[in-house]
Structures are given as structure tokens and as C-alpha cells.
Ligand binder design. Structure first.
Ligand SMILES: [Zn+2]
Length: 450
């Protein structure tokens, strides 16, 4: 079990905030003068035939504004066409606005199109966010270059309860009087974590479906896809059995031969983790609010662990998925403790209470003495101590003290309202009679009852 410790919880809004600050700093490094921007806008106006001829005495700003407005309409039309192409299965329409000179992009866009059709969205739309300026991109494509952040808004039936949003960066150029998509990766480094690394962005996929399960694998990896779908269905059953929350959603599992999918990174510090559940957002952090609005979660499997995926591992991750849309403000010890609680109840059902009792004693004897408090959110996933075991013990202790139903209600309250330490302590105290400090003290003197 420890060899396949699921090592990543729902990356909460707070984690995003830090990353957004980093992104803002990076973007600030791109220097671009107002004068240059005006010159480029002039150049764009010249290149765009859809712009009405400016009257001789028109002021410069109005000509620029007209060109920008015309460009906005032209790009909106292209984006609408691409979404319609997916919904109607029309590959030619999808490729109609892709630069014919960029053969590599056209080949990649064919794969993207096939993937999007295979996912089968109930809703799909693209919109322009803000223009971004990058001198090297401008240099590469010339004066008509339009680099823009794109919001892709979609809904996968049953998986996403509401439409969710992900980011892209598209480079358009004007040639022969029309706008063409000439690159789709030149803004990737400046986007949020996991942008342009969705399940459909990384090569040809196939989708395996089961009741309440959607599994994405490499095209042709059918046997593995079906096996994972079966295990996921069993994992779902365990979550429904051992966690009182009534969750009716479907679980989306991505098992590709890729170390970076969405915000999961299995190449570096998370290399030992078998799977990770990453958040989906109905509104991205920074879009309407700093934290964004969490909509749910998708499971990503470590490529090296794809053959070892079982319902025990997946029940841990599906607990995260089932609780993801509650708000995301719960402390990590509670999130990981609850997920471990569910997966260990599954082990107990299969192998009897002996193994669980042995493990609980090991956590009491070995893991608890390595810590001086409940594991904090900061550095949780980098902590070399067995923070998962201690979190699990804390939830076991709380279940014994107030009952599983009350622990689940505590979780919901924390997820919705635990935005800072004072709120968390207030919620914990009112529902359990303990603060995090006294809960920790209780764990240090806890003797499992057999
Ligand atoms: Zn976890």
C-alpha cells in the first residue's frame, strides 16, 4: 500500500493563488511599449480586409479601435466555427481556419479534432480573453501576429455537473485578407498550471465508458482501458459504501503514457505517487474571484503505475473527486485522511480487520512520534514523514469520537467555510469539541481499541 501511496490531493484554490502570482511575475517580464502596440495595430489594420476604409480625417485611435474590433469579430467567428465543427463531426470545418502552411499544426489539429469528437461534449465553446504580447512570437510571425489567451468552456456529460473552463493560447496571423490559426502552444508557459495538457491535448486517445465511469487511454490501449473502468466502478462502489456523502457523478480517469497531464506532474517530486486528482473550475482562479470556483476533479494515473491501478487506489482518488465540488477549503489532513479512511475500509472488507489494526499500530508507534502537530497544508506533499498515515489516524479517531456521519458533515463545513485557520478551528471546535492542537494531543495519547 505504501508503495502506491496516492500522493496528491485536490490542489486547492490556495495553491493556485501562489502559482498565479508566479505567472503574473513572468508576464511582467514581457516588455512592450505602447508605441510598438500602436504600430502593430496599424499594421493589422492594413492587413485586414474586413476593416472599412477609414475616412481621411479619421483620428489614429479610431482606426486602431476599428481594426481591433474587426479582428475580434473575425476571431470569434473562427472560434465559433471550430466548436460547431466538433459538435457536428465536421473535420474540414475544424481545419478551415488552420494555417495551410503549417503542416505539423494541421496534423496535430486533426488528432485534437478526433479526440474532442470522441469525448462527446454536451457543451463546447471558445472565447477570447486578453491579448498577450511577446516580442519573439511577433518576430516569428510578423506584424499581423495576434497572440490571445483563449477560454475553452465545455461540459462532459455526467462527469461535469456544470460547464467548466480551461485555458489555451492561440496565435493568429492575417494572410491574404483572412485570419489563420498558426500556433497553439506559444502561450503555454504563461498560462495556469496544466493548461493545454488536458486529456485530449496529448496525442490520439480512446475512451472507455462504463456506468458512471469514463476512462481515457492511448488509442489502441483498449484492454487496459477496460480494466481501469472495471476497477473504477468498484472504487465508486467503495466510496458510496464507506463515505456518507450522496454523490451521483461519474468519474473521469486519465491513464496516458504521459508524465504531465493537467496539473499532475509525475516526472519529478511526485514520481512515487500512483495517481492524482486535479481540480476542474467553473470559473478559473483570477477570472471572477481570486480563488476561482471549483467544479469537480479528474483523476490522472502515473504512467508507470497504469498496470497496478486497483479499486483501493481509485477509491482514495474517487473520494477526492466526490468531495471536490464542496469548495476545496478543507485542510489537507482532513482531505487525505478521509480518502485514506475510505480506501482502508475497502482493504478491511477484503482482508479482515487484522491488516488495518497492524497498520494503525504502526502509525501510532512510528509516524506520530515523527511529527509535533497535525500535518499542515504547507509542505504536506513534500513531507517525508508519513503524513497520510497520521491524517488517516486523525479521521479514524474522529469517527470513533463523533461518528462517521458527523465527520462527513464536518468535512462539508470545512470544505465550504474553512478559508483560514480561525474558521477551521471554529468549525472543528463546534463540531468535535477539539481544536487542531487538542486533536493532535489526543492522537499522541491515542491507543486503538480492539
Ligand atoms: Zn489523496
Amino acid at each position: 500500500m505504501s508503495a502506491t501511496t496516492p500522493n496528491s490531493g485536490p490542489p486547492g484554490p490556495r495553491r493556485w493563488l501562489g502559482l498565479l502570482v508566479a505567472v503574473a511575475l513572468v508576464s511582467g517580464g514581457v516588455v512592450y511599449t505602447v508605441e510598438q502596440r500602436e504600430q502593430d495595430a496599424d499594421a493589422r489594420a492594413t492587413a485586414t480586409q474586413t476593416v472599412s476604409p477609414a475616412p481621411p480625417k479619421a483620428t489614429k485611435p479610431s482606426r486602431i479601435a476599428a481594426a481591433v474590433a474587426a479582428r475580434r469579430v473575425a476571431i470569434d467567428t473562427i472560434l465559433l466555427r471550430r466548436a460547431q465543427a466538433v459538435q457536428t463531426g465536421n473535420e474540414a470545418l475544424f481545419l478551415a481556419d488552420v494555417d495551410p502552411a503549417n503542416k505539423k499544426l494541421r496534423a496535430a489539429q486533426k488528432i485534437l479534432f478526433a479526440n474532442l469528437v470522441e469525448i462527446g461534449f454536451t457543451e463546447l465553446g471558445y472565447s477570447q480573453a486578453e491579448e498577450r504580447f511577446n516580442p519573439s512570437v511577433l518576430k516569428a510571425h510578423g506584424s499581423t501576429t495576434y497572440l490571445v489567451r483563449i477560454l475553452m468552456r465545455y461540459q462532459i456529460p455526467k462527469v461535469d455537473f456544470t460547464p467548466v473552463t480551461t485555458e489555451l493560447g492561440y496565435t493568429f496571423i492575417a494572410r491574404g485578407g483572412r485570419w489563420l490559426l498558426t500556433a497553439d502552444d506559444e502561450l503555454d508557459d504563461d498560462l495556469g498550471p496544466g493548461a493545454h495538457r488536458e486529456a485530449w491535448d496529448l496525442g490520439r486517445i480512446e475512451v472507455q465508458r462504463g456506468p458512471r465511469v469514463l476512462v481515457v487511454v492511448e488509442k489502441g490501449d483498449t484492454t487496459r482501458g477496460r480494466a481501469i473502468a472495471t476497477e473504477a466502478a468498484e472504487g465508486l462502489h467503495e466510496v458510496a459504501t464507506y463515505w456518507p456523502l450522496k454523490w451521483t457523478g461519474s468519474v473521469f480517469v486519465i491513464a496516458l503514457d504521459e508524465t504531465e497531464v493537467r496539473d499532475a506532474k509525475f516526472a519529478d517530486e511526485d514520481i512515487e505517487s500512483a495517481a492524482s486528482t486535479g481540480t476542474t473550475f467553473s470559473s478559473l482562479p483570477g477570472q471572477d474571484t481570486a480563488d476561482g470556483t471549483v467544479a469537480g476533479g479528474y483523476v490522472v494515473i502515473n504512467p508507470n503505475e497504469r498496470d497496478r491501478v486497483d479499486e483501493i487506489l481509485l477509491s482514495h482518488e474517487i473520494t477526492h473527486v466526490a468531495t471536490a465540488d464542496l469548495g476545496g477549503y478543507e485542510p489537507l489532513w482532513l482531505a487525505e485522511g478521509a480518502a485514506e479512511y475510505v480506501s482502508w475500509r475497502g482493504i478491511e472488507a477484503v482482508s479482515g480487520p487484522g491488516e488495518v489494526a497492524k497498520w494503525e499500530q504502526e502509525v501510532v508507534d512510528d509516524a506520530v512520534p515523527q511529527l509535533t502537530s497535525l500535518p499542515s497544508d504547507a509542505g504536506f506533499y513534500q513531507n517525508s514523514a508519513d503524513v497520510y498515515g497520521v491524517s488517516w489516524l486523525a479521521v479514524r479517531f474522529l469517527v470513533q469520537r463523533i461518528g462517521l456521519g458527523q465527520v462527513e458533515e464536518l468535512y462539508e463545513d470545512m470544505a465550504r467555510n474553512g478559508t483560514d485557520q480561525a474558521s477551521r478551528d471554529r468549525i472543528l471546535l463546534s463540531r468535535t469539541g477539539l481544536t487542531e492542537a487538542t486533536l493532535w494531543t489526543s492522537l499522541t495519547t491515542y491507543r486503538p481499541q480492539r
